[in-house]
Ligand binder design. Structure first.
Ligand SMILES: C[S@@+](CC[C@H](N)C(=O)[O-])C[C@H]1O[C@@H](n2cnc3c(N)ncnc32)[C@H](O)[C@@H]1O
Length: 244
């Protein structure tokens, strides 16, 4: 199956975009806790490493695509020299919870969050100096279009950083992780998130999604240069970087 054909609810007659939106609206209240539990907290370390790939330069504006509950903007404000971060997400519920988090962390002046579709953005060309996306692009309906759109809003030499799940390749970790990802994670997710399909979709969408060199080539196809990738934790996820 092609990655854009993998949807959360196979029995529902709605396109991927609206299915993904309602899935994240539904699991939003449980999203942060499940992230920490299911990855035993490693997700925060992955984000930190991914952010470090953006270097120490000064950024006026960074766009965080598929920002969810704004974990990446919060971590970027701590780690990077950045004036303004805009977080965009298609799920109103995720944005609502993200906004609460930003206010709690007293980041309202430098981080703004809004509901929007990354595949069709309101921003003008060349507006941001960097664009980031953690665990988001896998959910796009049209990955190439999403990447083209990110390219458009990036300034010349603007930086791209994508953190996304990949498939471990090394025996026996590959097999062990697959058992966890396919059976244990969806069971825990089903019991806690109140959405029996969401964490099955997570497994299936990762299996169908391009990784490593395949993903790097798709990123290059949108015009990005100097595209590199670094697998983390034996390939559970991978950082992709590139430049306009
Ligand atoms: C797995 S969450 C990741 C959230 C956050 N970046 C993180 O690291 O925790 C994926 C997010 O992508 C969002 N999303 C999916 N498709 C999108 C699109 N076309 N435009 C904007 N956001 C999208 C979902 O609503 C969801 O909040």
């Amino acid at each position: 199956m092609k990655h854009n054909e993998v949807v959360p609810y196979e029995d529902v007659n709605a396109d991927k975009k609206s299915q993904v939106t309602s899935m994240f609206d539904k699991i939003a209240p449980y999203y942060d806790v499940l992230n920490r539990v299911l990855t035993v907290g490693i997700d925060q370390r992955w984000r930190k490493k991914a952010i470090a790939s953006l270097g120490e330069q000064h950024y006026e504006r960074i766009l965080d695509i598929a920002t969810g509950t704004a974990d990446l903007p919060v971590a970027m404000k701590k780690q990077l020299n950045v004036d303004q971060i805009v977080g965009l997400d298609i799920s109103p519920k995720m944005i609502e919870l993200g906004k609460k988090k930003i206010t709690e962390k007293k980041l309202d002046e430098s981080v703004s969050l809004e509901v929007g579709d990354s595949e069709q953005m309101r921003f003008e060309d060349n507006y941001f100096q960097a664009a980031t996306a953690s665990f988001g692009v896998r959910n796009f309906s049209d990955l190439q279009q999403g990447l083209n759109e990110i390219y458009r809003v990036l300034d010349k030499q603007g930086k791209l950083m994508i953190l996304e799940f990949s498939k471990p390749t090394i025996f026996p970790f590959k097999q062990l992780f697959n058992m966890y990802f396919k059976y244990i994670l969806p069971t825990v997710g089903k019991l806690t998130s109140k959405d029996p399909k969401a964490y099955k979709y997570l497994y299936e969408s990762v299996q169908a999604f391009p990784d490593y060199e395949d993903m790097a080539n798709i990123i290059r196809k949108s015009g990005f240069t100097n595209v590199k990738y670094t697998p983390l934790t034996l390939g559970i996820c991978t950082i992709y970087t590139g430049e306009k």
